[in-house]
Design a protein around this ligand. Structure first.
Ligand SMILES: C[S@@+](CC[C@H](N)C(=O)[O-])C[C@H]1O[C@@H](n2cnc3c(N)ncnc32)[C@H](O)[C@@H]1O
Length: 229
């Protein structure tokens, strides 16, 4: 179990703190879509990781990162790089890879676009803001294993954090796994109840539209969800 690294000096966010807690100590980390570089700065400054690479697609957010890194006096240990997804990184430069604060479909596209993303030994911490189902579907049908999931409540919103690695796992055909992942009936109850409400509404809509296949699929997922509560 990793020791929590305080990032409260930089930002009061349980979401990023939970991601930080899951980064393995002593490994080089990359933060894709870093914006303000809160995470790399906190992890390097606290000694949790020896060095980090902070990447962003856009110059504005990367400038925020450069400023934060310079203010923390960590420019020799945090490299700030411009580019799409994992493209600013060379294979083997980081073992801990964080992609947080984007849509699930964008995170999946970033993984798919990188020729070395499917390598054993890489530890991914993925935090989709939306469409977590799309991200799980991608992971579980492209050889990745979901190691754990956690939900975090912050400011009235629920966020999900997915810990994954590539294991060349067989393709998952269980549709319920794409929605429920590794979420726990007790710890992640609020998320599951929210999903139940959404799925029930969707199922009612499909029933009214006579979409029998979709209704059967949703009924199956809802049954699995109930079993978890
Ligand atoms: C909402 S911020 C998230 C910042 C931080 N990761 C967090 O979770 O608080 C999303 C950042 O991802 C960047 N971004 C979006 N798509 C990206 C991509 N394909 N590659 C790299 N960065 C990307 C955006 O420029 C933005 O700075």
């Amino acid at each position: 179990m990793n020791t929590p690294y305080s990032i409260k000096r930089y930002v009061h966010t349980e979401r990023l703190q939970t991601v930080a807690d899951k980064v393995r100590r002593g490994r080089r980390m990359a933060d894709v879509g870093t914006d303000h570089a809160y995470l790399p700065v906190a992890l390097v400054e606290s000694g949790a990781v020896p060095a980090a690479i902070a990447c962003d697609l856009r110059e504005g957010p990367l400038e925020n990162a450069r400023r934060a890194v310079a203010e923390a006096g960590l420019a020799d240990r945090i490299s700030c790089r411009l580019g799409n997804g994992l493209s600013p990184l060379a294979e083997g430069e980081a073992e801990e890879i964080v992609i947080a604060g984007m849509g699930g479909e964008t995170i999946a596209a970033i993984l798919e676009a990188c020729p070395w993303a499917k390598s054993s030994g890489l530890h991914y911490l993925l935090q989709p803001m939306t469409r977590s189902e799309d991200l799980r579907r991608y992971l579980l049908t492209h050889g990745f294993a979901i190691l754990s999931e956690t939900t975090v409540e912050q400011g009235g919103h629920l966020y999900v954090i997915v810990e994954a690695e590539w294991t060349d796992a067989p393709v998952c055909e269980d549709e319920s796994a794409f929605v429920l992942g590794k979420l726990d009936g007790t710890r992640d109850r609020a998320w599951l109840l929210w999903q139940k409400e959404l799925l029930t509404k969707r199922k009612n809509g499909m029933t009214a539209a006579g979409e029998t296949e979709a209704v059967a699929r949703l009924a199956f997922i809802l049954q699995r969800l109930e079993e978890r509560l």
